[in-house]
Design a protein around this ligand. Structure first.
Ligand code: BES
Ligand code: ZN
Length: 623
């Protein structure tokens, strides 16, 4: 007995020491050690889920998803309960190994976290079933009326689970460190198409019953469902597009390069692990640009610019198929491992497909975003570290562009120091050895030192790795990116400032990114005559390009340029993408401290926004 205990203890240490977050097997011998969740009540080192069978009906009249979640589970020796996350869910009943039980408890509610659901099990229990229904408090869900969609023929539902909203539409162990496979059966009103982050139908089934399979283990934040009047069009061997009928052709055109992106990405960092790669174009209220739901990226229609100029977003979400979905941050404190890697990878994909000059423009825009974010976060320098401390905080607080842009510059700085070939080899190894697993910042840094720097402490110090990850701000060894295409813009911008004449500047063949650079670098004060001249020459107020519009609208508000007011209001009512809303409302708040104008618009627009956006804007507008 003693010997056994000692051996067990030793093997435990060995496991902790070398395989910390390898989540493959759960039998006692190869005991997986999970990272301790920080935004989940789950205790995966005691009892953990392996597979989900979801059986739900989507009721548009009641705006409710109702049904059951059955999990196959593994319970460690001597453990007597399994804990799930729920938030604003109605729990209707529980079964253990198919038998109804009253032995379950709902704990006290905590902000963001919700309510723990504890179910009594034993170490021989194979499955638990939770019967449930969603409520009005399901923050992951957005139920749209037909008139909030493009075609206005049918209502629409979509989910947004990242970071910790999955628990508002299904009971789950809602930590990025816990993975499971799933099967789902979803009943929807006849004539509608249902899609998930899984194998998907391409046509409506008149029964309204759809079945799904996700054979690769995924964390709960990648659970996704969308239901609407949707059609499908293939754009390549594994790539395709889902959209409302009136949007489908333009989306298929915009995303024509998707298959090429999949091919170059697989070439760089290893085989694409998920079978298909489709993009679903959502109604404009989608709160993000994109969400990397496996096999089915969710995307905002605001990237349909008509000229493919905003498709870096697709490269970004596709890149998450490796960084994030295959190798996942173990907690939201390590969010930069998901997003920083993904921006780096996104730009590498863009470089392969559109060339280095193109990718370097994106890199400089990322640098500008970073400077802007650092400025706006000057009162919270702790959150400008790559490794975050989000315990007892809403993880959304940590989801700033630091993870993206500082993360990107860290990795690019490493690349330029060790050389691309060596860096790629390291990254390929990183994706291979952590496949379908999770990784913490600490583990990544250990691997980095060992595999990329051959164990060299000096090199590690010289590259200021600790400073990059654990200190606020940007270390001095950051690489500087130059762009000849932006240099042209700067020249013309100086000419405009000197001559004050819009006709004196040469903007022939400028791309979206050059225009963005032009507008972002305008002096902070531009007088009304100049605004007017710029607008009549270049048509910014009525541009169909959402990125350009968003920058211009902020400028218009800051400079009191009223001819843009109507377009601004229309944009804010139509579009729900937080990245655009926050700066535009922000500029209005600054311009009008009575909040009268932003509140009047918000009142009309709010019903069209997802909770992700209203949470931010309610606070900003003190609603
Ligand atoms: N995974 C993120 C979106 C996200 C982050 C949702 C944190 C919830 C919490 C997605 O991959 C993303 O980064 N989207 C960006 C686009 C990208 C091109 C920078 C967005 O939505 O703006
Ligand atoms: Zn991302």
């Amino acid at each position: 007995m003693r010997l056994f205990q000692t051996l067990f203890f030793l093997s435990f240490i060995v496991t902790v020491g070398c395989k910390t977050e390898v989540a493959e097997s759960t039998d006692a011998q190869t005991a997986t050690v999970y990272a301790e969740p920080i935004h989940s009540y789950a205790e995966p080192n005691k009892a953990v889920v392996n597979h989900l069978d979801l059986d739900v009906a989507v009721n548009f009249e009641e705006k409710v998803i109702e049904g059951s979640a059955t999990y196959d589970i593994s319970v460690r020796k001597g453990v007597e309960k399994i804990v799930f996350d729920t938030r604003n869910l109605e729990i209707k009943g529980v079964m253990v190994d198919g038998v109804s039980t009253e032995d379950f408890w709902l704990g006290p509610e905590k902000p963001w976290m919700g309510i723990p659901l504890e179910i009594k099990v034993s170490d021989t229990t194979k499955s638990v079933t939770i019967e449930y229904a969603t409520t009005d408090g399901a923050d992951a869900l957005q139920w749209l009326n037909a008139d909030q969609t493009a075609d206005k023929t049918a209502p629409f539902l979509f989910t947004q689970s990242q970071a910790i909203l999955a628990r508002t539409w299904l009971p789950c162990q809602d930590s990025p460190g816990i993975r499971y496979t799933y099967d789902a059966k979803v009943l929807v009103p006849s004539g509608m198409l249902a899609l998930m982050s899984a194998s998907n139908p391409t046509e409506v089934d008149s029964s309204g019953i759809y079945t799904f399979k996700m054979e690769q283990p995924i964390p709960s934040y990648l659970m996704a469902l969308a239901v609407g009047n949707l059609n499908y069009k293939s754009v390549g061997e594994v790539a395709g597009v889902y959209a409302e009928p009136s949007v489908l052709e333009s989306a298929a055109y915009e995303f024509e390069d998707m298959q090429k992106m999949v091919d170059v990405a697989s070439e760089m960092y290893g085989e694409y692990a998920w079978g298909k790669y489709d993009v679903l174009v959502l109604p404009p209220s989608f709160p993000f640009g994109g969400m990397e739901n496996p096999r089915l990226t969710f995307a905002t229609p605001t990237i349909l610019a008509g000229d493919k100029s905003l498709t870096a977003l697709v490269a970004h979400e596709l890149a998450h198929s490796w960084s994030g979905n295959l190798v996942t941050n173990s907690t939201w404190n390590d969010f930069w491992l998901n997003e920083g890697f993904t921006v780096y990878f996104e730009l590498r994909i863009m470089e392969e497909v559109f060339g280095k000059e193109y990718a370097d423009m994106l890199a400089i825009l990322s640098w500008q975003d970073l400077q802007h974010e650092l400025e706006s976060m000057s009162d919270q320098p702790e959150d400008t570290k790559l490794k975050l401390e989000l315990t007892d905080r809403d993880p959304d607080d940590g989801m700033t562009s630091i993870a993206y842009d500082k993360g990107y510059y860290f990795l690019r700085t490493l690349e330029e120091n060790v050389g691309r070939e060596k860096f790629d080899e390291f990254l390929k190894g990183h994706f291979q050895s952590n496949t379908f697993s999770t990784i913490s910042t600490e583990r990544f840094l250990e691997n980095l030192k060992a595999d990329l720097l051959n164990g060299s402490e000096e090199k590690y110090a010289e590259l200021k790795i600790k400073q990059w990850v654990y200190e606020p701000g940007i270390p001095s060894n950051v690489v500087k990116v130059e762009s000849p295409l932006f240099a042209q813009v700067e020249e013309q911008l100086s000419k405009f400032i000197e001559t004050n004449d819009v006709n004196a500047i040469d903007t022939a063949n400028w791309t979206t990114h050059q225009w963005l650079h032009f507008l972002r670098n305008m002096p902070t004060e531009v007088n009304i005559e100049q605004m007017q001249a710029l607008d009549s020459k270049f048509g910014f107020t009525n541009t169909g390009n959402s990125e350009i519009a968003a920058v211009w609208f902020v400028m218009a508000i800051e400079n009191g340029y009223e001819p843009a007011n109507q377009a601004i209001e229309e944009f804010l009512i139509r579009v729900g993408r937080r990245k655009f809303l926050a700066p535009i409302y922000g500029a209005m708040v600054k311009a009008d401290p009575t909040l009268e104008r932003p509140r009047a618009i918000y009142e009309k627009a709010r019903a069209n926004y997802h909770s992700v956006s209203t949470n931010t804007l309610d606070a900003m507008l003190e609603i």
